[in-house]
Design a protein around this ligand. Sequence first.
Ligand code: ZN
Length: 379
Amino acid sequence: MIGAICRLALATIVLAALGAAAQPLTVTAEGFDARIGAQPGPVIVDGRLQWLYELHLSNFVGRTLTVREVRVYVDQKRQPAWTLRGDELQRRLVTIGADETVALAGIAPGRRAVIYLDFLSGDAAALSRTLRHEVDYLDGDETRTLSLPPVPVAVPATLRLGPPLRGGPWVAVHSPDWPRGHRRVVIATGGRARIPGRFAIDWVKTDAQGKTSRGDADRVADTLGYGDEVLAVDEAVVALVRDDMPEPELVSARRKHALTDAAGNFVSLRLSDGRYAVYEHLKPGSIRVRAGDHVRRGQVIAALGFTGDSTGPHLHFHVADAAEPAAGEGLPFALSGWRELGRYGDIGALGRTPWPAQRATRLRRNEWPGWNVVVEFDE
Ligand SMILES: [Zn+2]
């Protein structure tokens, strides 16, 4: 008995020395390995904090576990900032390797699911410090609650980037809900699964009628925005360039590429804060910079094109922690300014009808362009 106490005391001392004895060790019947994919950091949209990050759940028990509800708490608040259940949970829970959302959010033994968390909280001035998560799930007939420790929120980036293009109108084509949109494309490279396009935007040019072509919609050269100058968003050093991919003349002649070629011709700029600005699908022969070059804000670096995996000429732009288009973890960013003309509620209308106009154009400063907004750059 004395021996046991001594061993326990010794273990406590050893744990304390390792800095790990603050909490008593408790073993519960929980069966998920749960983790947040990348450190959450918000972007600002319409003066509010927009969160986009993921909760990964791996089932480590020999039974299917069924997620019923996810609650997200901001800082010390007792009321959840966001509760995810039912159809909404269903749409946001994707089992890796499965084609469709698994019925009733059930996660089979050994499978890993990603829950895409996208919600607004508070106003931009009240920046949160931590986020905390609770997951209710069914294990057989029993409902269990997994309570995860708070995760610190990433410090917001201070660089306000200039426009990647001139004039407009440009449609910021993106949505967190598209099953195969950037935000949901998890790529495992170099031994880690990441989402390079978490905050990516596809910039598509339009006109007052909402058209995207000036003639034959199938001709790449007739597409609005094709060949437009692409600009450095800040003072930077060119990190990586690729300019050897050909381009079809017809949109219908596009084909699927291997992951290594999906970005087409691209330029990656290393920004002064260490992040990378990545421009994809650039026009062959248009890239005016080489790796190692210093560029200034607003400098023309290339032209908008149609190389790589793309459904029509546009500029793909994202910020990440790696220069390689498919290797980085997508990071939040803000653009210094634009005029917001409206927003496509249904992006399927782009190319056919004008966007639902706002009563007055609004000047947006130091924000991230929201889903499918129509903007004009004035810098
Ligand atoms: Zn894209």
